[in-house]
Design a protein around this ligand. Structure first.
Ligand SMILES: [Zn+2]
Length: 201
């Protein structure tokens, strides 16, 4: 009897969470965001505790947090981090800077000027097109590259932090590969899990 009551309570909590769009940022997350300079420390698989963190799942931001300073600061710092000459990547995901939230910054090679853009509460809705195998690397797996098969077309969804509306977009080509690599991080998946051959270059 007590067990079934507890189960109902858990179901009710998870139902209400999905409606509010995720739990609020924790004190530890806020401290990490506000305590970092413009360039955040990138977690790597070379460090045992980083490695465990990179294998965890990430969670949505609440609507309230998407409107707030910490989200804006995190988004800006993630772009500063991935574009810093010491990193020089084409994409980065929340867990790579120690924040287990569904946020990625992606270089939009399919847009004029190839800007970096940030996507909160992002998901891959569908994968289609040809499967193309290409070389990948990762800021969290230093000094390695490998060949990974990826779909050439994705439909992504994310929440616009200004309107709080869910936006869907179709992305193709190399930028679609970056979206697949970065959203994998949000599930604790690294490209090395999908590698089909090591690239000596
Ligand atoms: Zn990566």
């Amino acid at each position: 009897m007590r067990y079934s009551f507890a189960l109902i309570a858990i179901l009710a909590v998870s139902f209400s969470c999905s409606h509010s769009g995720g739990n609020s940022l924790t004190k530890a997350e806020k401290t990490l965001i506000s305590g970092s300079g413009p360039v955040m420390r990138v977690l790597t698989v070379d460090d045992p505790s980083d490695s465990i963190f990179l294998r965890g799942k990430s969670f949505d931001f609440s609507d309230r947090d998407l409107k707030g300073k910490y989200y804006r600061d995190l988004a800006g710092k993630m772009v500063s981090t991935v574009t810093d000459p010491s990193e020089d990547g084409v994409g980065i995901a929340g867990p790579q800077v120690g924040i287990a939230r569904r946020i990625i910054a992606v270089q939009r090679f399919d847009k004029e000027g190839e800007p970096f853009e940030v996507y909160p509460n992002v998901r891959i809705e569908s994968l289609s097109g040809d499967i193309v195998t290409g070389p990948e690397g990762c800021l969290s797996v230093p000094g390695k590259r490998g060949s990974v098969p990826r779909y050439s077309k994705v439909v992504i969804s994310y929440k616009d932090p200004l309107t709080l509306k869910t936006v869907r977009e179709t992305v193709e080509g190399f930028t679609a590969v970056i979206f697949q690599h970065e959203t994998d991080h949000l599930e604790g998946v690294l490209y090395t899990d999908r590698i089909i051959s090591s690239d000596p270059d």
